[in-house]
Design a protein around this ligand. Structure first.
Ligand code: F6P
Length: 367
């Protein structure tokens, strides 16, 4: 099929590598197919309100190394469940999906590339069912999407978290402190686990293994007894103690969307440890630093490969699919196979066994 005009939007949280994808889609649509490319601004919101910009080789020049997304994004604004808050605080929900479909029609798009994580791709799939020709491109620092080995943005986040751990370890050793680093990842522990291993953490706590505080404390005590009165702890924002709850914060967005915002487990853990140990305990929350900045070479290459392959898939008429890395190839996966699946760290995975085999405490109950 000849591609005449395609659209691209980025949805959900930003991450490094989004601009590499936008650039690759634009360049290969123009160079290989002579197509026009339209950027939808602000995620699906741009479709509802018809906010767009033309993307050209010139306008996407020099964005490969740029963090974030030149199109803007939002993790609110699902057109199928559009939530608006009135002055009295009450929330009304509207279905604006027909408006969005109308925009696609007016723009005469042969294909809509939807770049996002699980939530964004699910919305993309709903639009596919409404007749829009969609191809998904997987992104998230959380790496929690099924059917793809890695999502772009993840590797950059791991590198940033690893660098942070290296720096915290310096202070931990110099001041004989327990240093805690809280990282993102939602309900999946990938960032914490891989960055923790890379950064030489002594304790790694992930959502998939509720932690036993006694085991954590015992590890710190044993290290102190063995002549190392400092410990480095990596904790995922979605981690929780056995029998405890995840720690969340309320914001205007969480009130509007009704979705909890994770964060705060690091300070909670610090308090738990302080109660039992006579060492100074400090917590650092890495936050959005993990999402920003220049993508690693891996994420640039992955984003470029996914973008370029997505355009080829559109030219072949393979709509309703997501491009995915299944090493060494980029392949296509039907969007419906992804619906609602979040990929967690398997608790019996080689990666966890590897961590435990070198003495990292994963917070499991002492045998
Ligand atoms: O999904 C990406 C992510 O960064 C999660 O790791 C984190 O829980 C969430 O987004 C934070 O979202 P926000 O930027 O809206 O606080």
């Amino acid at each position: 099929m000849g591609l005449k005009k395609v659209g691209i939007l980025t949805g959900g949280g930003d991450c490094s590598g989004l601009n590499a994808v936008i650039r690759a889609v634009t360049r290969s649509a123009i160079i290989e197919h002579g197509a026009r490319v339209v950027g939808i601004e602000g995620g699906f919101e741009g479709l509802v309100f018809n906010h767009t910009q033309d993307l050209t080789i010139k306008s996407t020049r020099d964005i490969l190394t740029l963090g974030g997304t030149i199109l803007g994004t939002t993790n609110k604004g699902n057109p199928f469940e559009w939530r608006e808050q009135s002055h009295d605080g009450s929330i009304s929900v509207y279905d604006y999906s027909d408006r969005a479909v109308q925009t696609v029609k007016e723009l005469e798009l042969d294909c809509l590339f939807v770049v996002g994580g699980e939530g964004t791709l699910e919305i993309g799939y709903k639009f596919q069912k409404k007749g829009v020709q969609v191809i998904g491109i997987p992104k998230t620092i959380d790496n929690d999407l099924d059917k793809t080995d890695y999502t772009f943005g993840y590797q950059t986040a791991v590198q940033v978290a690893c660098d942070a751990l290296d720096r915290l370890a310096t202070t931990g050793r110099s001041h004989q402190r327990v240093m805690i680093l809280e990282v993102m990842g939602r309900t999946a522990g990938w960032i914490a686990l891989e960055a923790g291993i890379a950064g030489g953490a002594h304790i790694i706590l992930i959502p998939e293994i509720p932690y036993n505080i006694e085991s954590v404390v015992q590890k710190i005590r044993l290290r102190a007894k063995g002549g190392s009165p400092y410990s480095i702890i990596m904790v995922a924002e979605g981690a929780k103690a056995i029998g405890g709850d995840v720690v969340t914060q309320e914001t205007a967005t969480t009130r509007l969307q009704g979705v909890p915002q994770l964060g705060g487990i690091g300070f909670h853990l610090a308090n738990q440890i302080k109660e039992q140990i006579d060492l100074e305990v400090r917590c650092t929350v890495l936050g959005h630093i993990q999402r920003g900045g220049t993508p690693t070479a891996f994420d640039r290459v992955l984003g470029t490969r996914l973008g370029s392959y997505a355009v080829q898939a559109a030219a072949d008429g393979k709509f309703g699919t997501m491009v995915a890395l299944q090493t060494p190839d980029i392949i296509l996966v039907p969007l419906h196979e992804l619906a609602g699946v979040v990929r967690h760290v398997p608790v019996d995975s080689q990666l966890i066994k590897c961590a435990e085999s070198i003495g990292i405490n994963m917070g499991r109950e002492a045998a």
